[in-house]
Ligand binder design. Structure first.
Ligand code: CMP
Length: 375
């Protein structure tokens, strides 16, 4: 039971229960935050006031349950003693943020810092959105990986900021002594200009000052363009790395590839793409043209091949007959249980036939046997 719950609430859970839990989790955080925000609206009707207040209490109670549950399941899958695994969770950033989320409402109710808005501290619930957000986790990894380049750009930014603020201070201090009276004061203008925000509350008036302003504006655009390029490239590298690792992991779980050794997996990993299919999804229909074949890593599919339905599961493949013969699909294939599939497109199938004829031969043998049954 504890293991099942751990799998459901784990970040990496791939079961449909885990997916449903994540959706419910995001919905709960969102509803809680909306209630906290709406509560601050003046002129809210009484019923809405009561509703937002009760919603906040219910969500806060759920977070107590969540924190205790996470402590309970922490030892699952950990080689360390139970108390140490639990302590590790409690002291981890996620554990601290869960603890803060749990205490936000009780603190708000007991500390007279927030006036009437007792639930104001509950904005820390927004931190919970980080836990299951793959995008934010990836952003963190991109920033860590690209830190050298990002620090260089920030250094250039700081140098341009300081130089331009100093120059404008020198040129403008006698013309506008109340605005450019110090370098820190000139820095406000420099930041607003360098980031191309341009409030226009402070502007240089001397010719020299305006020329510097022009240079700073162009530099600002250049710095942001470089930084955007670094981040975009970092994301692309990280996405490729993540897909590669997952595809490799899935390939090594398909006996047909595993038995061919590392060399085969290294060849095929670049040709396959992942498809996470939902129950009821129709992957191919009888009579359609065939443009790809599938390998099942987990889950099950039903093949409606005329006389009888056939179930295929982990390690099986399908969709190969049309690729081998050039005929239309011989059956309709529908997902029964959530399935992790590896897809091989027809062009890559042909490419593979040249590189690894042994693999295509094994696939053909199975296709021939199936042909006799389905014919
Ligand atoms: P294809 O004809 O490309 O598309 C439908 C797929 O269903 C087919 O390839 C096979 O992979 C699969 N299929 C057809 N008949 C059978 C069978 N008798 N047993 C298992 N799989 C089958």
């Amino acid at each position: 039971m504890r293991q099942t719950i751990r799998q459901i609430i784990s970040r990496h859970g791939r079961t449909s229960a885990a997916r449903r839990f994540r959706i419910a989790y995001f919905a709960t955080v969102t509803i809680g935050l909306v209630a906290v925000v709406l509560y601050t609206l003046s002129g809210l009707p009484d019923w809405a006031h009561t509703l937002t207040s009760r919603t906040t209490f219910v969500v806060a109670a759920l977070y107590v349950v969540e924190w205790l549950t996470r402590i309970w399941v922490a030892p699952e899958g950990s080689a360390t003693p139970a108390w140490r695994a639990r302590l590790r969770y409690v002291l981890s950033p996620a554990g601290v943020s869960d603890f803060a989320a749990m205490l936000a409402l009780p603190i708000g109710l007991n500390v007279d810092l927030t006036g009437d808005d007792k639930s104001l501290f509950c904005v820390v619930w927004s931190l919970k959105l980080v836990r299951y957000s793959e995008g934010l986790a990836m952003l963190g990894r991109v920033i860590v990986n690209q830190r050298a380049s990002l620090i260089s750009v920030l250094t250039v930014f700081a140098i341009v900021l300081l130089l331009s603020a100093t120059l404008v201070y020198v040129l403008e201090r006698h013309v506008q002594p109340d605005v450019f009276h110090s370098i820190p004061a000139a820095m406000w203008w420099a930041i607003v200009t360098l980031t191309t925000t341009g409030y226009g509350d402070v502007t240089p008036q001397t010719v020299g000052g305006r020329m510097i302003a022009g240079v700073v504006m162009v530099s600002g655009i250049a710095v942001f363009a470089i930084r955007a390029g670094i981040l975009a490239n970092g994301f692309s590298v990280e996405l490729r790395r993540r897909d590669f690792l997952r595809t490799w992991d899935l390939c090594s779980r398909v006996p047909l590839f595993r038995d061919g050794g590392v060399e085969l997996i290294a060849t095929i990993v670049h040709l396959l793409r992942i498809d996470d299919a939902r129950p009821g999804e129709v992957l191919m229909r009888r009579g359609q043209d065939g443009d790809c074949m599938y390998f099942i890593v987990s889950g099950r599919v039903r093949v409606e091949a005329g006389r009888a339905d056939i179930e295929l599961g982990p390690g099986d493949f399908f969709g190969e007959m049309a690729l081998l013969s050039g005929d239309a699909r011989s059956a309709t294939v529908t997902v029964i249980d959530t399935a992790e599939l590896l897809v091989l497109d027809i062009a890559d199938f042909r490419d593979l036939a040249g590189k690894r004829p042994d693999l295509i031969r094994s696939i053909s043998e199975v296709a021939q046997r199936r042909g006799h049954v389905t014919a």
